[in-house]
Design a protein around this ligand. Structure first.
Ligand code: NAX
Ligand code: K
Length: 505
């Protein structure tokens, strides 16, 4: 896992690197800028790179980039937007060092100056945003805002946009654009990823994300703490062991799927399909009698059991006997019988339980959220909003805080879906899965995810099961989509999972 830091933690990180590890700030800036220059040189070669610097340390990084590009045969042009009297010490030193190697700086002071910038941009291969980094604390306005609009303009031609540390204008903690915000194709972030780069809204501005190491001892992130962690392939590989040769279908775990209803059978089938593709030994769909009747002709690998509306508790008890884990919710309905079924499962089932879709809505309506047991909730922003009695917009504006709050309130692991799903544990742990493809946004995708996690709870603790489930779902989708950004069927997400598992081992 890679520690992800907030603005305050990043500040503590820098302070500790400088004061405790005795790496001077100017050395950190040199490492940051040189690392970024190497990456930019690989993109641009000898073609023109336009670098727009602010007066703070982010601008200082930009001057270092310019110097290294020039010294290695690149073709940088530097513009500055910001008052030279506001230079930080390190930024001034690096401005001077840039001028010292023969560089020039075009100062942008008023609107007409932007015409010169526009002309340079039209012939450039790469534009580098070094205006603001983690120091940003309000919306960008005035001339700097006009500069951002120009850098983002789609009239510029095929220029590659690279942000240093964080796209200027993006809130470092929430990933919400505070005002005009640079649209990067690639963000080269220094030392550690920042929270705001990893939300769905933040990602639209971040583009691809790469971390540039700046020569800080590896114990520094642990010392200053982190807000979240990035899930890596190696984590999932460590958790999931290859199956032993003597495995049989019941040792691999039998998942009960309480899902589907008249007209929504596909949801139940997709949950079961996801579970089986992720390694469940068997799956039984436990659902309403008329749904069972309709399912009989459609299932091959999946068993069925029915819930008697007049004896909900007894029929569920019978169906859950000898099952290892339960998934409840997708397409299950919101009527009184569904409510009673959920209430009974919550009261009687002691094993791993994944609540999704209608189960989350029913839970929200019940008003009693405290769950006891190894439970996992897999809401999207709308469902989480119902649970926390707020709006989806407010959830999206603070995804990390919202997921953490829901986990704390319910005592369950909460997986908040969306591009970059996040997994929160009641003890405060927070993990971000950045893998996936836009093609995952397809009907039934969440049902498959619930099934995958249901299967994994047979072999992993709920938190690891949710993290590994998010990974397998995202990678399974990416494998099946094979580079396409749409057109993926939910069942194909599940079908991609065995190949992902094979590669893990
Ligand atoms: N401190 C360190 O050790 C390192 C810092 N580095 C760079 O330093 C950056 C942070 O630098 P700074 O703290 O100097 O801040 P920035 O360069 O991000 O911003 C400069 C200053 O602009 C002002 N400001 C904030 N919002 C504004 C707005 N909307 N309009 C106008 N002015 C605004 C603030 O006073 C802020 O300090 C990082 O993102 C990173 O790029 C790197 O060089 C690596 C090492
Ligand atoms: K920046």
């Amino acid at each position: 896992m890679i520690p992800v830091l907030s603005r305050a933690q990043m500040r503590a990180f820098d302070a500790r690197a400088i004061d405790v590890a005795h790496v001077p700030s100017i050395v950190l800036m040199e490492n940051a800028g040189r690392g970024a220059a190497e990456r930019i040189l690989a993109l641009a070669g000898k073609r023109r790179v336009v670098i727009v610097c602010g007066a703070g340390n982010n601008g200082g990084d930009g001057f270092v980039v310019a110097r290294h590009l020039l010294l290695r045969g690149g073709d940088p042009a530097v513009f500055m937007c910001g008052k030279p009297e506001k230079f930080t010490q390190d930024a001034r030193i690096n401005r001077d060092a840039w001028v010292g190697v023969g560089g020039t700086v075009d100062l942008l002071q008023k609107g007409p100056d932007l015409e010169l910038l526009r002309i340079e941009l039209e012939g450039a291969a790469v534009v580098v945003d070094a205006l603001f980094g983690t120091g940003l604390d309000r919306a960008i306005s005035g001339l700097a805002a006009e500069v951002i609009e120009l850098l983002n303009s789609d009239t510029l031609g095929p220029v590659k946009r690279v942000a240093l540390d964080i796209p200027s204008g993006l809130d470092c903690d929430t990933g919400v654009p505070l005002g005009p915000t640079f649209h990067a194709d690639l963000t080269l972030t220094f030392a550690q990823p920042k929270l705001g780069l990893l939300t769905p809204r933040g990602v639209r501005h971040t583009g691809e994300l790469e971390v540039i190491h700046i020569g800080v001892p590896s114990d520094v992130p642990d010392a200053v703490g982190h807000s979240a962690e990035l899930l890596e392939r190696a984590d999932v590989a460590r958790w999931l062991a290859p199956r032993t040769s003597d495995a049989h279908k019941y040792s691999a775990g039998h998942v009960a799927v309480l899902a589907g209803s008249h007209g929504k059978l596909g949801a139940a089938l997709l949950v079961a399909h996801g579970a089986l593709r992720a390694g469940a030994g068997a799956a039984t769909i436990v659902t309403w009698p008329e749904a069972v009747a309709a399912l009989q002709s459609r299932v091959l690998e999946v068993m069925t059991a029915s819930i008697d509306r007049d004896a909900v508790a007894a029929s569920i008890d019978a169906a859950l006997r000898s099952k290892r884990s339960v998934v409840i919710g997708p397409g299950f309905g919101l009527d009184e019988a569904a409510r009673a079924a959920l209430a009974h499962v919550l009261a009687a089932w002691r094993g791993p339980l994944v609540l999704d879709a209608d189960a989350i809505t029913l839970l929200a309506r019940s008003g009693s959220f405290a769950l006891a047991g190894p439970h996992i909730l897999t809401p999207h922003a709308g469902e989480l909003a119902r649970l926390l009695e707020t709006t989806s917009d407010k959830i999206e504006a603070d995804r990390f805080g919202s997921a953490t709050e829901a986990a704390r309130r319910t005592g369950a692991v909460v997986l908040l879906k969306g591009a970059h799903s996040i997994i929160a544990a009641p003890d405060g742990r927070l993990v971000i899965n950045v893998r996936g493809t836009p093609a995952l946004a397809t009907a039934g995708s969440g049902d498959v995810l619930a099934g995958i996690i249901g299967a994994l709870t047979s072999v992993l603790e709920p938190f690891e099961a949710a993290c590994a489930g998010a990974f397998l779902h995202a990678e399974g989708g990416a494998v099946s989509a094979a580079g396409a950004d749409r057109g993926l069927l939910a069942s194909q997400i599940a079908d991609g999972v065995p190949a992902v598992l094979r590669e893990l081992f």
